[in-house]
Design a protein around this ligand. Structure first.
Ligand code: ATR
Length: 276
């Protein structure tokens, strides 16, 4: 039998735990396959997609900064990928078409939003920080769940303006005004890379938050960002992005292999041991 090949494209990729997740499941379910890191430049994306077209590669995940830039090379966008114009899972369908899907929306819904009190959600004001590749999926998932209001802020203003063109119901807050606007928010979602391993943290203190604020960090490596540590000390409820990461991976795996993989204790241990 020929070994199937999967991987993740992005840059940088050193922080990615996707190989651990998928290779664990391939092993567990006795699928002859391997999942690797494929660090590429923008100009190399077309070549990677060609490998899917000619079945050298069976499937890829896409991470920062290429979730939008892969789209011109695909034949078809499905479901949430079509709605968000953000692709994180690619494969060849039975008609030989290269298909782009999005499992981040599923990840955000199942790894985070479903853990919140549903009734409160419709009364919640959410503040998204960042305007990178995952943000359209965050907005789409939140608006599907009927949150009351979404605010957004990003260091580079132009990028939030572009996002607002697609989601006119969101309201922009200037990066300089975060500290004074924070008292309005019920949920804050950090979708920037601030706090990521080896990256800097927020300069803002998030001083005047509501006491019942929920803070969600899409970062999962480290498990506790500086901001999570700080807010936890103040008794604020915090989540990291680990469950979202695992849920998006489960859905990608099931799209490729037609099998829903399980998050068992051994896998949890394996992943946790890689985080610090
Ligand atoms: P991309 O924007 O290339 O898709 P990303 O990792 O998805 O990459 O997004 C990175 C996010 O973190 C962006 O919102 C970025 O803000 P800019 O749009 O201004 O670059 C944000 N970010 C990264 N470093 C930051 C910093 N030092 N301060 C504030 N925001 C930062």
């Amino acid at each position: 039998m020929i070994e199937k090949k999967f991987g993740i494209i992005g840059k940088p990729l050193s922080h990615s735990l996707s190989p651990i997740l998928h290779n664990y499941w391939f092993n567990k379910y006795k699928i002859l396959a391997n999942y690797s890191l494929i660090e590429v430049e923008l100009s190399e994306i077309e070549g990677v997609i060609k490998k899917i077209r000619n079945s050298e590669l069976q499937g890829i995940n896409v991470t920062v900064p290429y979730k939008q830039s892969v789209i011109p090379f695909l034949d078809l966008l499905l479901d949430d990928a079509k709605a968000t114009l953000s692709v994180n899972t690619i494969s060849l369908n039975e008609e030989g078409k290269v298909v782009g899907n999005n499992t981040d929306v599923y990840g955000i819904e199942n790894g985070f939003i479903n853990k919140l009190n549903k009734q409160n959600l419709s009364n919640s004001t959410v503040f998204i920080l960042g305007a990178g590749g995952v943000v359209p999926s965050v907005i789409f998932a939140l608006s599907n769940k009927g949150v009351k209001k979404i605010f957004i802020s990003n260091r580079t203003y132009k990028k939030v303006e572009d996002i607002k063109k697609r989601y006119p119901f969101i309201e922009i807050i200037k990066w300089e005004n975060i500290e004074e606007e924070i008292e309005k928010m019920d949920i804050i979602i950090n979708a920037t890379s601030l706090g990521l391993k080896n990256e800097s943290s927020f300069k803002q203190e998030f001083k005047n938050t509501k006491p019942n604020l929920v803070y969600y960090d899409i970062v999962y490596n480290p498990e506790e960002t500086t901001m999570i540590k700080k807010l936890k000390k103040r008794g604020i409820k915090t989540f990291n992005g680990l469950e979202m990461f695992i849920c998006q991976g489960q859905k990608s795996f099931s799209l490729w292999n037609k099998l829903n993989p399980e998050l068992d204790e051994e896998l949890k241990k394996k992943i946790t041991s890689k985080l610090k």
